[in-house]
Structures are given as C-alpha cells and as structure tokens.
Design a protein around this ligand. Structure first.
Ligand code: XLS
Ligand code: NI
Ligand code: NI
Length: 436
C-alpha cells in the first residue's frame, strides 16, 4: 500500500553501467557473486532513520527546507505515517537493513514512562512492516544528546540522576533492539566529553563511562542478546572533545575497563576525517586490534571541518576501506550503514532515493575493486615480500626469546649492517590505480 510520498517512483533495479537512468543501479547487483558471496551479503546495506526521516533540513543558520508531513513528531499517528514512508523507501531501494535511535521513531511525550510505552507501541508497529517488506534491523541506539537533559553528557553527566536516566534509556533501546531481532546495538557518545576542562573531572567521567558500558554488556548477556555491542568513535562535534576520539583511543578505553573482548567499533568515514585520519586507517587499526564491528559509510566535505554526513562519492577511498574489511574477513554481524543525509536544497522525494542509489553504487564499485585486488594478490604479495626476513628461524627466535644483550651479541658476532630497501610506495599506488 503506497503512502503517496514517493509517487511516480518505482523499485530501483540493476540496469548495468551503460544505463543512464538516475533511479537505477549501475553497479550494485545484489545477486552478483563477489569472492564467492552475493554482493548484498558482503555489503549489508542499512538506511539510517534519522537523517532520511527525522531531519527537516535545518542548519545553524536556517530552519527547515524539506517537506516531511509526519512532523512535528509528538503524535503516534504521525510516527506511524513516518514508519509507513520509511519502509516504503527501504523497499524501493531493496536495502536489507535499517537503523534507528529511539527519538527517531517514537513521538516524544517529554517523560520517560510515556516514551517507554510509545517506543514499545511504535516498535511493534515497525515489526509488522519488517515482516511485510523483509527489511531487518542492523542496529538500534539511544539518542542521548539532543534534549537539554543530556547537555552535560549521559553516562558522564555530573548529575547521577542523568546517569540513571541514561541507563534506563539504554535498557529500553536494548530491549527494543532484541525484540526486533537487531544484529547490533550501538553507543555513540556525542556529549560524552567536555566543553571545558575547567568544569570537568575527566578521570571520574571516564570511570563512570566504563562502569556504564560494563552494565550494558552485563545486560546484553542477561537478556541473551546475540548481537554485537558497538561503540562509535568520533573526536568532537557536538562536544569540543569526545572521549571516544578514534579507534585507538576507544581500544585503550575498552582495555582499561576490561571490555576489549566484549565491545567492538562502529567506524564512520566522516569521523575518521575529523580525527585527522583516513577511513582505511581507522578500519585497519580496528582490524589489527580485533575490534572491527560495522561501518557508517558517510563522508565529510573535506573543506568544511564538520561532520557533513554526505553520501560517499569517492571510489578509490571506498575501495581501500572495503579492502581492509575483506582482508579482516568481511562483515559478520556488521554492515554498511548510510548515516548520510541529502543536502538541504535536495528537496524532492526523488533526491532521497537517488542519493542512496548513488551511495550503494559507489560501495559496489569499491567492493568489486577491493575484491579484484585481493584476488590478484599483488598487495598481499608485496607485504609478504617486505616482511619475508621475519620468516627465518633466527628472526622468530629473536622475537620470542631475545634480550637486548643477546641481540647485541649477535649484531657484533655477525657484523650486522642492514642495507636499506625501497618501500615501493609509488609502485603500490600505481598498482591500486589499475583496479579503481
Ligand atoms: C553522529 C553519529 C550518529 C551515530 C548514531 O555523528 O554518527 O549518527 O551514528 O548515534
Ligand atoms: Ni556522524
Ligand atoms: Ni554514525
């Protein structure tokens, strides 16, 4: 049953790279086999409810530009209309997954008890839609950053009642995620950080955040949630400094609070850029540390310095991201979430569909390029050549049993004088260029 919002738009089909139809896929072909697996099962696309259905186009200097008839979101009837349109869009795109915050889906009644019952009601309603369309939940999460209550943080708030409110909020969102068969639960701490150190006891706040995350993990096991618990790194915005700065910082935090085997990371391309990294750096770091969970595939404008949440449009960057994901074994429970929004001048419903189609096509090209590089094996070969010295028994013995004294003895007795070797960076960059 059509809502009429997307009137005249039909289900997006794969038409191949020669097609000029802007509402068709040119590269994303869900059933195409890439490295032995369907493309859809590699990429595991998800649409984020918030940017596509909860955002009306406002920016710091201007109000809404996008016509979203289900606003204001203070009434169950409009929340259901929003869900009807959302599921219609998931179906038009053929995406297997979606993601939500509590605040995106339920009407806000301003108090916890009412928000709890409306969350329950709307998620039941959404489950009916999930059944009709076959769309699944990649992850749920709590919005603990928009209302004034959370302005000084959620689990890191100086007020213990806000910590309590946050714990109850996360419990309600984990319950709803479990009920809906969600495959992950995400925590992004937009206000878990500070505006000024003058009013912040950082050690105490970190301890509170560590304790909070331990409660989340305990509750996950208690209710039998089999999904991944994911933390989403971001260095700043809205807070001046966020504690979950980047993948490496998050890993140190998880280790300190005994959670490195329980919690993984949801990495976002734009957040990597804000942290002064590349996306593949964040993915490679998480993979090396064993905490790669899922990704938010939305880029920033490189000039703005903001988290502009744009759809991806750079195949070489995306190809290297998927290269590291495939090298790490690919997604298991994670996926590719478009935490991405159209620009505020893109006011037509068709823009909402075309943006996702384009993002999916870019990812498909990136995935195919990454798979081709892996199948060719050129980069892996270059790596194993570069590190080949470490395969020798002497090198392995040094690593396992060496001391500075024993190693010094060997350097002297064998008169070791290693000759420099080329890192071959340009040759490798040229190699990548053949695939992207
Ligand atoms: C904001 C984050 C947010 C999380 C979910 O920058 O990307 O959208 O993904 O809370
Ligand atoms: Ni973001
Ligand atoms: Ni995100």
């Amino acid at each position: 049953m059509s809502t009429g919002f997307f009137d005249g738009i039909t289900k997006a089909e794969f038409k191949g790279s020669n097609s000029t139809d802007p509402m068709a896929f040119h590269h994303y072909n869900p059933d195409e086999i890439v490295m032995g697996k369907r493309m859809e099962d590699h990429l595991r696309f998800a649409v984020a409810y918030w940017h596509s259905f909860a955002w009306e186009g406002g920016d710091p200097f201007g109000g809404k530009t996008l016509d979203r008839p289900w606003h204001p979101q203070d009434d169950m009837g409009r929340a259901k209309m929003k869900a009807d349109v959302a599921f219609e869009m998931f179906d038009l795109l053929g995406v297997p997954y979606f993601c939500w915050h509590d605040a995106d889906v339920r009407p806000d009644q301003g108090n916890f008890a009412d928000n709890l019952s409306t969350l329950d009601e709307i998620t039941d309603y959404m489950m009916g839609k999930m059944e009709q369309t076959g769309t699944k939940l990649l992850w749920g999460t709590a919005n603990m950053f928009s209302t004034a209550r959370f302005m000084s943080g959620a689990s890191t708030n100086p007020d213990p009642d806000v910590f309590a409110f946050s714990a109850a909020t996360v419990k309600s969102c984990m319950d709803a995620t479990l009920k809906m068969g969600g495959e992950n639960y995400v925590l992004w701490g937009g206000r878990e950080g500070y505006e000024t150190l003058l009013n912040t006891d950082m050690g105490r706040e970190l301890d509170h955040m560590g304790r909070f995350l331990n409660m989340v993990v305990d509750y996950k096991h208690k209710i039998g949630f089999k999904g991944q618990i994911l933390v989403e790194p971001k260095p700043q915005e809205p807070s001046k400094h966020q504690y979950d700065f980047d993948a490496a910082t998050c890993y140190g935090f998880l280790q300190k609070y005994g959670l490195e085997n329980e919690v993984k990371l949801n990495l976002e391309q734009g957040h990597a850029i804000l942290a002064g990294h590349s996306f593949e750096h964040e993915i490679a770091t998480a993979a090396a540390l064993g905490v790669l969970g899922s990704i938010d595939m939305n880029r920033n404008d490189y000039q703005s310095g903001w988290d502009t949440d744009q759809f991806p449009n750079n195949v070489p960057e995306v190809a290297l991201a998927y290269y590291h994901i495939l090298q790490a074994g690919g997604f298991t429970q994670g996926g590719t979430n478009f935490d991405a929004k159209i620009r505020r001048q893109s006011i037509d419903p068709a823009d909402l569909i075309a943006s996702h189609i384009g993002g999916m096509d870019i990812c498909a090209r990136g995935l195919k390029a990454a798979a081709a590089m892996i199948e060719d094996g050129g980069l892996a070969e270059a790596l194993s050549e570069r590190y080949a010295g470490w395969d020798s028994a002497v090198a392995q013995d040094m690593l396992a049993n060496g001391t500075l004294e024993s190693i010094t003895d060997r350097v002297l007795s064998e008169n070791l004088n290693p000759a420099p070797r080329s890192g071959r960076q340009e040759i490798l960059e040229n190699y990548v260029n053949r695939f992207v």
